[in-house]
Ligand binder design. Structure first.
Ligand SMILES: Cc1ncc(COP(=O)(O)O)c(C=O)c1O
Length: 389
């Protein structure tokens, strides 16, 4: 007999996302709108910068906190773009935003602490909090509020144990972009109850139409940690490169933790990332234009279906579609859509209970594939009541 694994993993809940990933890998002739990995190849100049870095011998560990060139590029970028006041002591290279979030939680949380997370949410947050023996507390966001969290709901969830509020805008999976009043309300609560704010900004340039990206760090800089990523902004998911920004003492604590985790981030990815940030507009704008076109197209066409509707397109690379008018729940609907139309999406409940009745459609296929997908959606027939539009 050997002792069992940690209690946290002894009775794992069904992981819908992981199962869909396995299904997608096995299937052929399917329009895969499930995974949030941009379909475009990384812009060639960034690939060239990574190659050149390796040819120049950048194949070693960098300093544990990151290569100075990369850290400077991040600080310059944020200070110029968002009017922030970061210095090198406020930043650390990470292996993507997931690693940054994990380090931030590790630096902040003691056993028994609570973190407020808005439901529906990017699923990995939950285990990231629990592994530090802390508790995620979910606050449901509603479609009638365009999935903006409500200040009164947040305040009702705050307890003596609350340590931080996690904010992901533009949101995965809902596509909501939090407006100024929402962000101000969150910052006011953080100040009133002395809480940290953790801003997951991986989709920040993907903000469309009349909406505007407002960085949370500008509302409460003294208590905000930012987890940044180059995965989505430059289609660099495989490079595994991101960063953590925030107050120096938190960055230092994250550094101590990371000595025993990844030590540093991949060196060639840091040099590729520096190049990307220094040439941001030119390299990122084509991706932004493409996702804007795709989401606006999907929003317009799918809203024509009597049994489906979405909130106005605001941001991210996802569309969160209300399919409750089909008369099916989101899991049954997703299975039916796959079987009848060969389209793979993710049932909303994979992102938390508030996602029930929705499916997440990732716009990570080209326009020709999306046109086929729209035709597939339109081929479905439901004899249910139309949703009020
Ligand atoms: C909201 C959110 N945060 C973080 C990540 C992870 O990003 P990275 O590839 O930088 O680890 C994702 C990836 O899908 C995401 O959707």
């Amino acid at each position: 007999m050997v002792k069992p694994v940690a209690k946290l993993f002894q009775n794992p809940e069904k992981n819908i996302m992981a199962e869909i990933g396995k299904t997608a890998a096995l299937m052929h002739d399917v329009i895969d709108l499930s995974i949030g990995d941009p379909d475009m190849t990384t812009p060639q100049p960034i690939i060239d910068a990574a190659s050149q870095a390796m040819l120049d011998g950048q194949t070693h560990y960098t300093a544990s906190y990151g290569a100075p060139e990369y850290l400077q590029a991040i600080v310059d970028f944020h200070n110029q773009k968002f009017g922030s006041h970061y210095q090198l002591e406020n930043v650390r290279a990470t292996v993507g935003a997931s690693h940054a979030t994990d380090l931030a939680f590790g630096a902040l949380l003691d056993p028994g602490d609570e973190v407020i997370i808005f439901d529906p949410y990017f699923t990995p947050y939950e285990i990231q909090v629990k592994q530090y023996h802390a508790t995620p507390v979910f606050v449901a966001c509603k479609v009638e509020n365009n999935f903006q969290p409500q200040k009164a709901d947040i305040e009702a969830a705050i307890t003596e144990q609350t340590k931080a509020i996690l904010v992901n805008s533009p949101s995965n999976p809902t596509g909501a972009v939090y407006d100024e009043a929402t962000l101000q309300g969150i910052a006011d609560l953080a100040k009133k109850y002395d809480l940290y704010l953790l801003a997951d900004e991986v989709y920040w340039p993907y903000v469309f139409n009349e909406h505007q990206y407002l960085p949370l760090e500008n509302f409460a800089p003294e208590r905000t940690l930012v987890t940044g990523s180059l995965s989505k902004v430059f289609a660099m998911t495989g490079f595994r490169i991101g960063y953590l920004l925030g107050p120096a003492e938190i960055i230092d604590a994250a550094g101590l933790l990371n000595e025993g985790v990844t030590y540093t981030a991949p060196s060639m990815a840091q040099f590729a990332g520096s190049f990307g940030l220094q040439n941001f507009a030119e390299l990122s704008q084509p991706l932004q234009a493409e996702f804007k076109q795709r989401l606006n197209y999907l929003g317009t066409e799918l809203n024509k279906l009597p049994w489906a509707k979405t909130i106005p397109i605001a941001g991210s690379i996802y569309l969160f579609l209300d399919i409750s008018g089909s008369g099916m729940d989101d899991v049954t609907f997703s299975d039916y859509l796959l079987e009848k139309a060969g389209i793979l999406v993710i049932p909303g409940r994979a992102f938390g209970p508030a996602g029930q009745g929705f499916v997440r459609i990732a716009a990570t296929q080209n326009m020709a594939e999306l046109e086929k997908a729209v035709a597939g959606f339109k081929s479905l027939n439901f004899e249910k009541e139309s949703l009020s539009k």
